[in-house]
Every structure is written in C-alpha cells, then in structure tokens.
Design a protein around this ligand. Structure first.
Ligand code: C5P
Length: 274
C-alpha cells in the first residue's frame, strides 16, 4: 500500500496578465503548499477502482471524470502500461474551492503510481501527464513553493517560505473557475515583484478576487473577518476562490482567529505553510 499526501495549494499572489487566444489566461502566481490536505492510498494489487472517503466525499462521484481516474488512465497511456489499481481518495478539502484539491489529488495519484512502478519522480513524462490534466497539476507534482507562469504550468522554484501558521476558510459556495476568469476586467496590473517570495506576495494581489467577489459576495465577508484578526500578516483569496487564507506569525493568533470563526458555518482549516 502506497500513501501520498495531496496537500492544499495556495496562490499567495495571482496576477492575471493577458487573455490568450486558446481561452486560457497568461498569469504569474506564487504557489505555496500547506501541511494538510487530501490523501491518496494506492494498492497496485488490490481490486481495481476508486473509493472516495472523508468529510467531502459526497461532493464527488467516483465516475470517469474524476481527476484521480484521469491521472491513472493517462499514466497507463503515456508512462507505463500498468493494470488498474485499488485507489482510495480521502477527501478532506472542499471541492471547486481554489486550493487545488482535484489538482493535488491528480498529482498525488501520479506520484503514487510512479513510486509503485519504479518511475522517477522527476520523469518528464510524469510532468507531461500533469500538464495535460490541468494548469495547477505540475505545481502540485512539484509540491514546493514556486513562481508559476504561462497558464501556471511553467514553474521556477522560489526560496523556501517560513512555515507560518495559516487559517483556510471556505464559505461553502463552489465557484466556477472559467466563470471567474471570464469576468476578469482585462487590465494588466503588472508582474509579481522580484525577491523574497513572502514579501513579493504581500506586495502583490489576487486579480481574481474582484470577479469572484462579484459572483459570490460572501467572499467579502470572509476576507473582512480574516483581515480583522489579531496578528494577520496577509489575508487573501486563493486561486479563483472561494477559499481565503490568513497567514500569521504567532500560532496563538491563528488559534484565536479559528475560535472567532467557530460561530460561522464556514469550513476552517488550521494549518501552516509547508
Ligand atoms: O487548466 P484547468 O483545466 O485547471 O483550467 C480550468 C479552466 O480555468 C480553464 O478551462 C480556463 O477557463 C480557466 N483558466 C484560465 N487561465 C489559466 C488557468 C485556467 O483561463 N491560466
């Protein structure tokens, strides 16, 4: 049995630069990961199929469109023609929420299959599978802080980030990534700055916040609530939303913030940058 973590990804900053003829958007984003997320368990010799467990299992079906099964199919087609495995996805992250749950699951599946079948973790074919599965999958395969360009798949690792306490909050509305990108105002507000990644992120922004807030106004309330907590270094939306995050210096401030949010019916995850 092989187990692979599928940690949540955060976009510490996300600058949308241009709309491309292929429908994607040219962007710059600082990817970071936290210590918690979904888990993939893979038994190459078990009965073939996908079982989904965990608190958010109900939000997903085990059908063919699931990114885990698409990753398994692609691995067999492009990397090594291996028989189907028994896979369990422990779904702890809310779906369609801007923290890369599906991308992280697909990347963890590719990593687990590579380990099971003696394929190197940095095999170029694995990365090609990642790119075919989604813009965020290569970053999730890498699993390290990185600056993403292109549609997010062209990666340059950054200096390590401090393992700051983090609080992730999702108000329970799923927002459609294409719908959020489609409402971007097409104004290029410039690149992410050079230098130390946390400072660059703090000086940056998430250009998808205004369109996501227009679609799901509750994001305003989440960001306001996070922004008013004691000791917050940065409060921002991740990806196309609706999950927002706050970074703290002091774990006690994160605990206090989580306590303050306990009266809401929002999903909260107390974690830390990895
Ligand atoms: O690559 P992925 O399948 O995750 O992207 C989902 C959708 O998000 C795309 O179909 C596109 O509408 C939008 N997107 C975009 N520009 C990006 C990444 C995603 O417009 N850089």
């Amino acid at each position: 049995m092989i187990e692979e973590a599928a940690p949540a990804k955060l976009n510490l900053a996300l600058h949308v630069r241009a709309r491309r003829p292929d429908g994607y958007h040219e962007l710059e984003t600082l990817f970071a990961f936290v210590a918690d997320g979904d888990t993939i368990r893979l038994d190459p010799d078990g009965p073939p199929g996908l079982a989904i467990t965990g608190p958010f299992a109900a939000g997903l079906s085990g059908e063919g469109d699931n990114l885990v099964l698409r990753a398994e199919r692609l691995f067999a087609e492009r990397v090594k023609a291996v028989p189907r495995a028994a896979i369990e996805l422990v779904k702890r992250l809310p779906v369609a929420s801007g923290i890369g749950g599906g991308s992280a699951d697909a990347a963890a599946t590719l990593r687990a299959l590579a380990r099971a079948h003696g394929v190197a973790a940095d095999d170029a074919r694995l990365v090609a599978c990642g790119e075919a599965l989604g813009s965020d999958v290569p970053a999730c395969l890498l699993g390290l802080p990185a600056l993403g360009r292109g549609r997010g798949e062209r990666l340059a690792p950054t200096a390590p980030l401090p393992k700051l306490p983090a609080l992730l909050v999702n108000p329970g509305v799923a927002v459609s990534t294409p719908a959020v990108f489609a409402r971007w105002d097409r104004i290029d507000r410039g690149p992410i700055g050079e230098g130390e990644p946390l400072a660059a992120a703090m000086a940056g922004r998430n250009d998808l916040e205004p369109p996501a807030r227009a679609i799901a106004p509750v994001i305003d309330a989440v960001l306001a609530k996070l922004g008013e907590q004691r000791g917050v270094r940065l409060a921002r939306m991740s990806g196309s939303g609706a999950t927002c995050f706050a970074l703290f210096d002091d774990p006690a401030d994160r605990v206090a913030a989580a306590g303050d949010l306990a009266s809401t019916d929002w999903w909260c995850l107390e974690t830390a940058l990895a």
